[in-house]
Every structure is written in C-alpha cells, then in structure tokens.
Write a new protein. Structure first.
Length: 266
C-alpha cells in the first residue's frame, strides 16, 4: 500500500489532483494517502489536516444544486486569501468517490488548475487582497476573506470588476443568473468570461465522468472544480479534509502560496 500511495502522491503533487480507478475501499486508500500527503505538503498546517466532513452530495435539500445543469468552477468553502478571524476553517483536499456496485450518471466533473493563470498580470497579490476585501464570499456585512469561484481570480485583475453582483449567491447560481436574477446560460457565460482573458476553458479544463470505483483526489487550494450536467441527489461520496484551527499567519501563507501558483508556476 505504501508504494502505491507514493506514486499516487507523485502524480497529485505534479498535477494538483489524481484520479484512481477501481477503488474497493476508498476509506483505506485515503487514510494511506493522507499520511503521505501530510509528509510532503508545503502547507504549514498539513500535519493538522484531518477528515473534516464526509457526506453524500448533492444533498437532497440543495434543490438549486441539483437542478442547475452547470456548476461554475469553484473552490469548496472558498479559497482563503485574507484572514478575517482569529482562527479559520480551511479545506485542503476534496475527494469525490462513487462506490463500486452503485449507479453512475454521465454527469461530468470539471477541473481547472490555477497554475500560471495570472502569469501575465501585474500586482497580483495586492489586486487579490483589494478584491477580496470588497467581494469576498459572504452575505450582508459578513466577508469570509475567500474567493468562491475561479473566475474571480481574473475579475480581481480588472479595474472595474463585473462579477461583484454574484458575491452573495450560492455557487449553483454563479453565471446561471444575471444581475437582475434572470436565468441565463451559465456554461456559455462562464466560458465567455474566461475567453476575455485569453483562456479557452473548453481546452484548458479537464473533465471526467466518474464511474463506480473511481476516486478523485483534488487539491482544493490549487484546483477549482465544477460540474457539467444535473447530478442525481447523493450520487457522490464527498470527503473533505481540512483543519479548523488555521491562524491568521497561516492564512497569509496560503495566500502567498496561491499567488506563487498563479504567477511563478513553470
Ligand atoms: Fe463543490
């Protein structure tokens, strides 16, 4: 098992994600992977990362998440960029699994690595901080200091941001509703937005139709995920690995690491 998790981790650290097939015991594979991941991760709190949440998704109660046929590229619980509380909860890994023997739909999981996305941009860190202070995910007066969607990385680089109206929306509504709350074709809108910055989303993103036995392990702070199609309720088992005691200084280091991936990645 140890050898297996070493090669899995090699691919994970190279790509920001790894897709394993024919997994009979996801719990065992993941706990083995976690040991290897902790020893190699550059996150200062890696050793405190544990299984924080295990759930069947989409939840039956999340009607909007189930009914939309497009989920824009996002970071689970947001990408933390500025510290807003003494201690924060951060999810480092998101793992998606369909147990063997269960049914699987043809809905696709989409992935986008942030590596090098803002290589051509100037003042990336200060623009992200400024944007996050104004448009960080939250509601009413609460601002979590996080970016929810990958598109916001580009929006933050614009003088006049255009996605601010979505700040308080749930992820399933991003790009699917306009500023007047009218429905729109989210997939096309998201693609058009990225195209403005020279990114051909269709070519750049990776997508997988998960089959029974598949286990997808994603670095939630480096790779955004989304969905194409309407997923049946509770089709996936979702494991979220994180820590709930992340200090302000550690959030600062997450931001610096994010900026490094966005700008210096070769
Ligand atoms: Fe998600």
């Amino acid at each position: 098992m140890q050898l297996l998790s070493t090669s899995i981790a090699d691919e994970f650290f190279r790509e920001g994600f790894v897709l394993l097939r024919d997994v009979a015991n996801a719990d065992a594979v993941l706990s083995d992977f976690l040991v290897e991941w902790r020893s190699r991760s550059d996150l200062p709190f890696a050793r405190r990362v544990v299984l924080d949440n295990l759930a069947r998704i989409p939840h039956k109660s999340c009607q909007d998440a189930i009914e939309t046929d497009h989920m824009s590229l996002h970071f689970e619980m947001g990408l933390p960029l500025i510290p807003t509380e003494e201690v924060s909860r951060v999810h480092a890994l998101i793992c998606l699994h369909i147990p063997k023997g269960e049914n699987a739909s043809d809905v696709a999981t989409r992935l986008l690595q942030i590596d090098g996305l803002l290589m051509e941009q100037k003042d990336v860190e200060s623009n992200l901080v400024k944007y996050c202070k104004k448009n960080g995910a939250g509601w009413k007066d609460f601002n979590s200091g996080r970016l929810l969607c990958a598109a916001q990385l580009f929006d933050a680089m614009q003088e006049n941001c255009e996605l601010g109206y979505m700040r308080e929306d749930r992820i399933a509504q991003w790009f699917n509703k306009d500023a007047k709350r009218a429905s729109q074709k989210g997939a096309q809108k998201e693609m058009d937005f990225f195209a403005k910055f020279g990114i051909n989303l269709r070519a750049k993103e990776k997508s997988f139709v998960l089959k029974p036995g598949d286990l997808l392990i994603i670095d939630n702070l480096r790779v955004a995920h989304g969905r194409k199609g309407r997923r049946p309720a509770e089709e996936l088992v979702q494991y979220l690995y994180g820590a709930r005691d992340i200090s302000k200084v550690e959030i600062d280091s997450v931001r610096e690491r994010t900026v490094h991936f966005l700008t210096d990645f070769l």
